[in-house]
Write a protein that binds this ligand. Sequence first.
Ligand code: FAD
Length: 312
Amino acid sequence: MTHSSSQDTLARWASAQRIAPLPARDGAAPPAISFEFFPPKTPALEAQLWACIGRLAVLRPAFVSVTYGAGGSTQERTHATVLRIMRETQLTPAAHLTCVNAPRAAVDEVARHYWAAGVRHIVALRGDPPGGAAYAPHPQGYAFAADLVAGLKRIADFEITVAAYPETHPEAASPEADLDNLKRKLDAGASRAISQVFFDNAVFLRFLDRARAAGITAPIVPGIMPVTNFAQAQKFCAACGTSMPHWMADMFDGLDDDAETRRMVAAAMAAEQVRLLQANGIDEFHFYTLNRPDLTYAIARILGVKPAAEAG
Ligand SMILES: Cc1cc2nc3c(=O)[nH]c(=O)nc-3n(C[C@H](O)[C@H](O)[C@H](O)COP(=O)(O)OP(=O)(O)OC[C@H]3O[C@@H](n4cnc5c(N)ncnc54)[C@H](O)[C@@H]3O)c2cc1C
């Protein structure tokens, strides 16, 4: 490179737009966080889950939720995992429960068991049929999540969380109809929504504006998924209507055989996402952990959440 061209470079850098740094967190309270786990299928996955819970428990999440497999396929494993969390940890479990493929009486029975066991928080969902089939309500079932919320409230005074879709649920008649549905779920007794995974913060923040304009006041907590396996995330996102920005594909391009770099890229990407949301005033975060603790742990630290022993 010639002398004159490096002078030009510096002139170009010096005249570039200066972007303000993210605000320092000095003195700000750490955000409330929560974690999602899935119920394990094998003894090895069970050991992985419990190691994950052990690692993340010290961050004192507001609650930890356990998913319900497609079509209610994990009913027993979800139940067992939630009850073990109750028995063996100080954590507050939230049990996911769906309407799909079950009569109301069976769903109610599961809910009554939870209440009797001391479980007070349910994540109430419609659910999806297994194998990508089209959804049809069970003839004697709860048709939609709003019906399930109302049914649960009739059983007991559960704390209820529901799902929200910043990019609109794929089966919704329109974004407005989907927002009306979210409002119905909250009006039926839910006190919080957790968002479907998203990667474009602008989409999420605009969704919050639309929700406010529609009269929604309950928190819509961003669902954060640190992505290390881009190909797998692409499949998942295509099915649930989450768009993946092209810059994400670029960042993972060529890293298929380089797991270590993928993890570093994933951590940096998720850290940037949550820091920007935090700078925009969001102070609750839900992490889709996929039963792997490390990225979630690091990102929670970046947000200012410290393990119990270190927190002042
Ligand atoms: C945070 C979170 C956690 C999840 N956990 C699980 C889980 O553990 N297990 C699982 O199987 N799935 C889970 N899912 C996926 C969820 O089950 C699917 O996205 C499902 O397709 C929709 O569930 P819902 O509760 O949002 O449904 P609903 O709120 O019932 O909405 C479903 C669709 O129906 C439309 N709709 C609602 N009411 C009506 C009506 N009266 N007439 C016509 N249309 C209507 C809505 O606009 C929407 O398009 C989760 C999703 C999220 C975001």
